[in-house]
Design a protein. Structure first.
Length: 318
């Protein structure tokens, strides 16, 4: 259990098994990644800390009477941060290890005319509140969904202008990729000193595609730690699990997003196994999966799933 021992306006401190952890309050919210944002806290590499997050509607939907048209759209998809990571600089690669996700409250799934891929079929606004009960999501009477707590927004700050948290790209952002869950590592390129990390938009569960426009949106807390990965440069966000490497790309064009993840995946296979391009291409076609993360944001997000077994225990070269 997380036992609170101190409180401040910006940061809590928790005593966890004899260690004091920083807790960044969800009052520290940003709507854009921006190099001019002042960090709310600094953390050390390998330091365990906790980020609290609001749901993607910033707590504006509290019951089924509140519809998507009733809320302030500027308050959607906020992220907690930014967090300055000591010892990381432009050109570095960091790995964000997701140690735990604690869900808070009930889930929310509003639908509005024009939402999701079947936008022309939705004529009325409606909101569904989904109770989280006994480690399940109660979708309807006697219909329980398995939970897969995941992070929708995770990113670092680009070195140009500002990017809305709702937009995804090489820096991460609103990736809506369900493999960003407990036990996974999210590798991100660093563009500015300290990386300036932010996280938000948790889901109790979400299917690939997020086809109606939402997962089971929910508030929560994320426990994490960050490593700097030496001698590693990546172009796109990469997720690793015990069994898989997942490369994520976003683009307005589905074809271009697919080509980007495929080329990065082929290069990883080439460098790690010493195969030529043609054989790496064949191996990807034989053993890897191309999947959709989401199709409802301004940019589409796809992913290539590479099973680790094909590397026969070799050190994977990104």
């Amino acid at each position: 259990m997380w036992e609170s021992i101190c409180f401040s306006l910006m940061i809590d401190y928790l005593l966890v098994r004899g260690s004091i952890l920083k807790v960044i309050s969800n009052t520290n919210r940003i709507s854009h990644f921006n190099i001019n944002h002042k960090p709310v806290v600094s953390v050390e590499l390998d330091e365990v800390f906790i980020l609290e997050t609001v749901d993607c509607y910033n707590g504006q939907i509290k019951d089924e009477k509140t519809l998507r048209k009733d809320i302030d759209s500027s308050q959607i998809n906020l992220a907690t941060g930014p967090v300055y990571i000591n010892g990381v600089y432009p050109g570095d690669t960091i790995a964000v290890e997701i140690l735990d996700i604690q869900l808070l409250g009930n889930g929310i799934m509003p639908i509005a005319p024009g939402s999701g891929i079947l936008r022309d079929y939705i004529e009325k606004y409606s909101t569904k509140i989904i109770e989280i009960k006994k480690s399940k999501a109660l979708f309807a009477e006697n219909l329980f969904l398995d939970l897969n707590p995941m992070i929708g927004i995770i990113g670092v700050t680009p070195d140009y202008g500002e990017v809305p948290c709702s937009i995804q790209g090489n820096h991460g952002g609103n990736l809506d990729t369900k493999e960003i869950t407990i036990g996974s590592n999210v590798y991100l390129p660093v563009f500015v000193e300290g990386a300036l990390l932010a996280i938000g938009d948790l889901h109790a569960c979400m299917g690939d595609g997020e086809i109606s426009g939402t997962g089971v949106e929910i508030a929560g807390k994320v426990k994490l730690k960050i490593k700097r990965i030496p001698e590693t440069t990546i172009e796109l966000p990469v997720i690793t699990t015990d069994e898989e490497i997942i490369i994520v790309a976003s683009d307005k064009s589905f074809d271009m997003a697919c080509k980007r993840v495929a080329l990065i995946g082929i290069n990883i296979i080439k460098r790690t196994l010493g195969l030529n391009f043609a054989d790496s291409y064949r191996l990807m076609s034989a053993a890897c999966d191309l999947r959709i993360s989401q199709v409802v944001n301004q940019l589409l997000t796809v992913k290539i799933i590479i099973p680790k077994y094909i590397f026969n225990g070799k050190r994977i070269v990104f």
